[in-house]
Design a binder for this molecule. Structure first.
Ligand SMILES: Cc1cc2nc3c(=O)[nH]c(=O)nc-3n(C[C@H](O)[C@H](O)[C@H](O)COP(=O)(O)O)c2cc1C
Length: 221
């Protein structure tokens, strides 16, 4: 089988190992050191390789440096109070803490506002997901742990304002990257392909309607 240009070695095995060993690491288990500046740049280069219908780059990644995490923490705390004025001080503190855990934290933002060409929102979100996955796999290959965090604060106007986002921009999740403090023994059991895939097959026409065609599905083999 021909290898993709510029790629040596057993690429499939390496890709399979990389992809299947990635697992979400709680930001609580991520410590220093995080990626260097050059490694951060390299990860963003990987994001740029995501499929992108219309080549809109329909996403942004906003790094929140350590010295400004308190601003994100304040947004998380106020967003919690906005939706739950009875939140306890402990709950508010827990919301704040989420901003301070990982050495590297980027907010992933989907850009869904009017653009030309007007690639549908769901395709732009697919592109964002691919960009995120490229970064997760790249960081995993560098030896770091990665975890995604989200929650209702992503939809808070306060976060929108902090990040100075445009109309149609939607924060989706935080990407947390750092050194894994303690590994968990095993990741989750991934679903079997038969649970989420099928093949379209053409059924015989029902009796009496010779031209009718009713497609049916059978699982992939
Ligand atoms: C957009 C997005 C947001 C997520 N937000 C959270 C979150 O807030 N908290 C969390 O524990 N995991 C979050 N996750 C991670 C998933 O829980 C995790 O990917 C899932 O459990 C599967 O585990 P795996 O990635 O190790 O295969 C998020 C994942 C995605 C794709």
């Amino acid at each position: 089988m021909a290898r993709p240009p510029g790629i040596d070695g057993d690429v499939y095995q390496a890709a399979q190992a990389l992809i299947t060993t990635r697992q979400n690491v709680s930001a609580k288990r991520l410590d220093d050191p995080g990626p260097s500046g050059a490694e951060c740049d390299a990860l963003l280069d990987l994001a740029a390789a995501a499929p992108d219908h219309g080549q809109l780059t329909p996403w942004r990644f906003v790094t929140i440096p350590a010295q400004l995490r308190h601003l994100l923490a304040e947004v998380f705390a106020l967003a919690l109070r906005d939706r739950d004025p009875d939140a306890t001080p402990e709950q508010v503190q827990a919301a704040r803490d989420k901003a301070h855990r990982a050495p590297l934290l980027l907010v992933a933002v989907a850009r869904l506002g009017p653009r030309e060409p007007d690639t549908p929102a769901q395709e732009r979100l697919v592109s964002l997901g691919a960009a995120i996955q490229n970064m997760l796999l790249g960081a995993h290959a560098m030896g770091y742990g990665t975890g995604l965090t989200s929650g209702q604060a992503m939809r808070s106007p306060r976060l929108h304002a902090l990040l100075d986002l445009a109309v149609g921009d939607h924060p989706v999740c935080c990407i947390n990257i750092g050194t894994v403090r303690s590994h968990k023994p095993a990741g989750r059991v991934r679903p079997a392909p038969s649970a989420f895939s099928s093949t379209l097959v053409q059924a015989a026409p029902p009796p009496g309607i010779p031209n009718a065609r009713s497609p049916t599905l059978r699982p992939c083999e």
